[in-house]
Design a protein around this ligand. Structure first.
Ligand code: IPE
Ligand code: IPE
Ligand code: MG
Length: 246
């Protein structure tokens, strides 16, 4: 006789994620819902990062990546882009010291050439100041595009004159903005869309995804906890077959 118990799924609880990456989407819609200008949504969105960091710190997450501005976001209305750049500048200048005191290492992922000089300087200073910190690494993807990152890596590899036969995955990793950290274990996208939007294309080969309709400024610690629990309950097989007892 087949018993129900045989098919009862046992709640799995594997290790938590070491690296969590966020596609922080939904700021504009959040603002519209509140009858506020889009920029207010972005302001609230930037504030959310602090809560997310604190929560993930409690889950022993070592690397957090936030997608703040994509290479495609330059195509938004000029006022929104300018407002975002001002916000980023104020956030980096205003929050670096506190993050430094909390032992956070800040790393920029993306292009620097098109950033306002003031923002570029603030990002460089933040990176320099926090470079030796041993707590959470906060990767800020700003003017970041996965395709652009791959192209830049290819160009640098050619310029460095590497032997094509020696360009393996490990070598390629060293040419990416994320050379200092492991691939993301978990990628969380808020705002309801189910697409990658040019984010960590190479690094996400075996990342687990978690999508939520919650708009980024509304993301609460309880939902983050659910996302981490969902991750822990999954079985990562990396293309292989699950072994006995897995
Ligand atoms: C994400 O929020 C932040 C950036 C892309 C800079 P959006 O501004 O994309 O918000 P929605 O998707 O319009 O609601
Ligand atoms: C992705 O959000 C980029 C960031 C969160 C920075 P978008 O709002 O730009 O993505 P699409 O346009 O919906 O794909
Ligand atoms: Mg969006």
């Amino acid at each position: 006789m087949i018993t129900v118990a045989k098919y009862k799924s046992v709640a799995r609880s594997g290790p938590g994620p070491r690296h969590v990456a966020f596609i922080m989407d939904g700021n504009g819609r959040w603002a519209s819902e509140q009858g506020l200008p889009r920029l207010e949504g972005h302001r609230r969105g930037v504030e959310r990062i602090r809560v997310v960091l604190e929560t993930l710190h409690d889950f022993d997450v070592r690397y957090v990546t936030v997608y703040a501005f994509s290479t495609e976001n330059w195509g938004r209305p000029r006022d929104e882009v300018a407002g975002l750049m001002d916000l980023f500048c104020a956030a980096v200048e205003g929050q670096t010291l506190e993050l430094h005191e909390r032992d956070v290492r800040i790393v920029h992922l993306g292009k620097t050439a098109n950033l306002d000089p003031e923002l570029r300087l603030a990002v460089e200073k933040a990176q320099r100041l926090t470079a030796g910190n041993g707590g959470i690494t906060l990767n800020v993807a700003l003017d970041y595009g996965g395709r652009d990152e791959i192209l830049q890596a290819v160009r640098r590899i050619i310029r460095d004159g590497l032997d094509p036969d020696c360009v393996d995955e490990e070598t390629f990793n060293r040419y990416l903005f994320t050379a200092h950290c492991p691939d993301p274990d978990l990628i969380i996208r808020t705002g309801g869309e189910q697409r990658i939007s040019n984010f960590l294309l190479w690094q996400s080969a075996y990342s687990e995804y978690y999508h939520t309709a919650t708009l980024w400024p509304d993301l609460q610690p309880a939902e983050l906890e659910r996302a981490v629990e969902a991750y822990r309950s999954r079985q990562r097989r990396y293309g292989k077959v699950a072994g006995p007892g897995v």
